[in-house]
Design a protein around this ligand. Sequence first.
Ligand code: GLP
Length: 256
Amino acid sequence: MAEVVIVETPDAAGEVAADEIEQLVRSNPRAVLGLATGSTPLTTWRALAARKLDLTQVRGFALDEYVGLPVGHPESYRSVISREVVEPLGLTPSLVRVPADSGPIETAGVDYEAAITAAGGVDLQVLGIGSTGHIGFNEPGSSFASLTRVKTLTEQTRRDNARFFDSPDDVPVHCITQGLGTIMRARHLVLLAFGAGKAAALAGAVEGPVTASLPGSAIQLHARVTVIVDEAAASQLAYADYYRYAWANRLDWEKL
Ligand code: GLP
């Protein structure tokens, strides 16, 4: 079962996620982080930046990227990762990859998988969850064995992400995303979710049937998952009281 940590606010969640990342990086300064975009991980990046750790040797792999945006577009995930993660955390730009950041799109998925493998795999993957239940950009129906590949976004996800663009029509139709199989190979998954709008998708991911119809439910098949959520996102969890009880009673050696 995933460890589910329910906290009051997104800021508090960011501190818990930053604790996990700090512990990893202190034990391995060359750790490989899986980096997520979206609004959800922002409190994690902020909490981590405030700790002023030396992260210059950390390697990073972004989860996903839009296909079809001009190079340098401010909402390309390459730009977002540079602005919100690489710069504030002091990562080394050349050590951070984003899907399709070099070479032709046709082979970008295979190239990305090879790069992750060459780095020794992802140690800790930060994840948000979309309202469709997607992780990365793995929309409903994605194979649990899928690897990095080009996908078509659902209309719902395009609507959800329209807030970042001048017009809903500007949201790309296609993306390239690590697959569910790629994500499942990471050694530790840290999934964050905030707000009532994520409550149904989160409950499905953590407690619902394991199904490609809710891609986030793949996390139930992973041996090491930390789910960190605020009260609103936790509101549809059937076992919320048990998760709170387990967290309050964690053993000393489990505390970071
Ligand atoms: C986006 C990203 C996901 C992200 C999710 C939630 O489309 N591709 O990686 O987790 O949707 O976004 P947000 O955190 O902004 O709610």
